[in-house]
Design a protein around this ligand. Structure first.
Ligand code: HEC
Length: 205
């Protein structure tokens, strides 16, 4: 075997190893950001289904996510590498939608949220719910909680965060005994009204 032939072989083997090493680099795969091309339609109301079109979303959702502004979407209808169908989440306003894959976010695309939620009134919407479900029957004092006034109700409310408020967790049954204890329970749309009132500032309006 002559030296020239031998060195060609050695060079080829080294090149092959270097190429394999490069291909296996995990960081190169992670930093490729997804591309958001369009949102169809690019406007809609809360609860409407829209399609987000782009590239490199991944064939399954896994830990990837969609955001409308700062709100993460929980209602994913379908997910593929080039399109994702989602329902417009509550408490969103017009702004950028982004796709996050492997911790890397796409650039944002504007989405216009139509028909903002109407204002919920404590006096006309919330107080009548508390009355009709007879919360006061047990809550002059049960659990150390009184529904007597707007101020006492606020003690179990995190203003601006409906779903994070203890009163909503009790109404949904996600924190201990569901309220009103023993039922009948509030409907989803009644609880949603309560959530929106809190998100809107839980005012004495
Ligand atoms: C039949 C009695 C009864 C009715 C009616 C009732 N509750 Fe309660 N509630 C309780 C009891 C007892 C507790 C304390 C034990 C617990 O937290 O499960 C409690 C706890 C709570 C708490 C948590 C208080 C805390 O700080 O731990 C909230 C909030 C609450 N209720 C809200 C409501 C609302 C709103 C209604 C009306 C829709 C309602 N409850 C109706 C009996 C009742």
């Amino acid at each position: 075997m002559n030296m020239k032939f031998l060195s060609v072989i050695i060079f080829s083997v080294m090149f092959f190893i270097a190429a394999c090493d490069d291909q296996g680099d995990p960081i190169a795969a992670v930093v490729t950001p997804p591309t958001l091309l369009s949102i169809v339609p690019d406007s809609g109301a809360v609860g409407d289904t829209v399609t987000i079109i782009g590239k490199k979303f991944g064939s399954v959702q896994g830990s990837s996510s969609i955001r409308f502004g700062s709100i993460g979407v929980s209602a994913i209808v379908s997910w593929s590498d080039s399109s994702v169908r989602v329902k417009v989440p509550a408490n969103t306003s017009t702004g950028n939608v982004t796709v996050m894959v492997n911790g890397v976010s796409s650039a944002g695309k504007n989405f216009k949220v139509l028909g903002t939620v109407s204002a919920i009134s404590f006096i006309n919407d919330i107080r009548p719910l508390i009355t009709s479900y007879n919360c006061a029957g047990c809550h002059p004092s049960s659990g150390g909680f009184s529904v007597a006034t707007h101020t006492t109700i606020l003690t179990r409310v995190t203003v601006g965060n409906g779903e994070g408020s203890l009163i909503i967790k009790k109404l949904r049954g996600t924190s201990g005994t569901r309220m009103p204890q023993g039922g009948p329970f509030m409907s989803n749309s009644e609880i949603q009204k309560f959530v929106e009132w809190i998100n809107q500032g839980a005012q004495n309006n």
